[in-house]
Design a protein around this ligand. Structure first.
Ligand code: ZN
Length: 269
């Protein structure tokens, strides 16, 4: 009975991914109220309202333009046996795990490119101009970045060849990981160290949002921290640097709708 319910639920990725998104956001929002790592200088309700509005706008744009074609391409690639997963003859849980790791690996390099190529950085900086880092920061992306990364994902799907279920797991995993590592929560160092054996943690990722470049141009991993360790982009967070988050310019307009959406085309930051 439970197995049947689970199967029916898994067959509706939109539904369970919605639950993962809402459940993650709500529980981590409550968790950071309980043990925040940094004080907020802007009312949390204002940040939540603005970033939720960005999430709604982004969801509408993506649903209109990108979601359908990307899922269609994923199903077609699978049917034709494109990519590494079919080539290796993987199915079931091994296929889901392989696809999750391989797509997270590609996402790591994509994130690095977002920092090194000026065109992509124009969009990605909208995420980085946030002067705080909390769970609502995970909602803060320019729609242009989402659209470009959706186009990139066509290439990733062609390389990896995930099933629709594995792709849904990856999308849910990346959502949850992003919510988690942006959370403004103060884990004891012992817990951080333990979690950091495998995953990107809040303190570690906050170091990717410092004004100073030492750790901002590092710590690019999203789900698995191994990529930073393997490819030389691991930087230990520094408590003094963590006191100043965001970018040097454009800080005062970070909750302005026009500055946020026109950000990639402005010279202000
Ligand atoms: Zn970044």
């Amino acid at each position: 009975m439970v197995g049947e319910g689970l199967r029916q639920c898994l067959e509706q990725p939109d539904l369970w991914r919605g639950y993962v998104f809402a459940g993650g956001l709500l529980s981590l929002y409550l968790a950071e109220s309980w043990a925040p790592a940094r004080v907020w200088r802007t009312p949390r309700s204002k940040r939540l309202g603005f970033h939720l509005m960005m999430a709604v706008i982004n969801t509408l744009i993506l649903r209109l333009i990108a979601v359908g074609p990307l899922l269609f391409f994923t199903a077609m690639a699978r049917e034709r046996g494109w990519g590494l997963a079919p080539l290796l003859g993987l199915s079931g849980a091994p296929e889901i795990i392989f696809s999750l790791v391989a797509l997270d690996f590609l996402d790591y390099w994509w994130h690095r490119l977002n920092h090194s190529a000026d065109f992509f950085w124009r969009f990605h900086k909208v995420h980085h101009v946030d002067t705080h880092v909390d769970v609502t920061t995970s909602l803060r992306f320019h729609p242009g970045e989402f659209l470009i990364s959706s186009a990139m994902k066509v290439l990733w799907v062609a390389i990896v060849g995930p099933s629709l279920l594995a792709f849904a797991f990856f999308e849910a995993g990346i959502t949850l990981a992003s919510q988690f590592h942006h959370t403004n929560i103060d884990f004891p160092f012992k817990v951080e160290r333990w979690l950091r054996l495998l995953f990107v943690t809040p303190r570690y990722h906050a170091a990717h949002h410092t004004v100073t470049l030492r750790s901002r141009e590092a710590n690019f991993s999203t789900i698995f921290i191994a990529w930073d360790r393997l490819f030389g982009s691991y930087q230990e967070p520094d408590e003094r640097e963590l006191e100043n988050l965001g970018l040097p310019r454009g800080r005062e307009g970070y909750l302005s709708l026009s500055e946020t959406f026109l950000g990639p085309f402005s010279v202000r930051y």
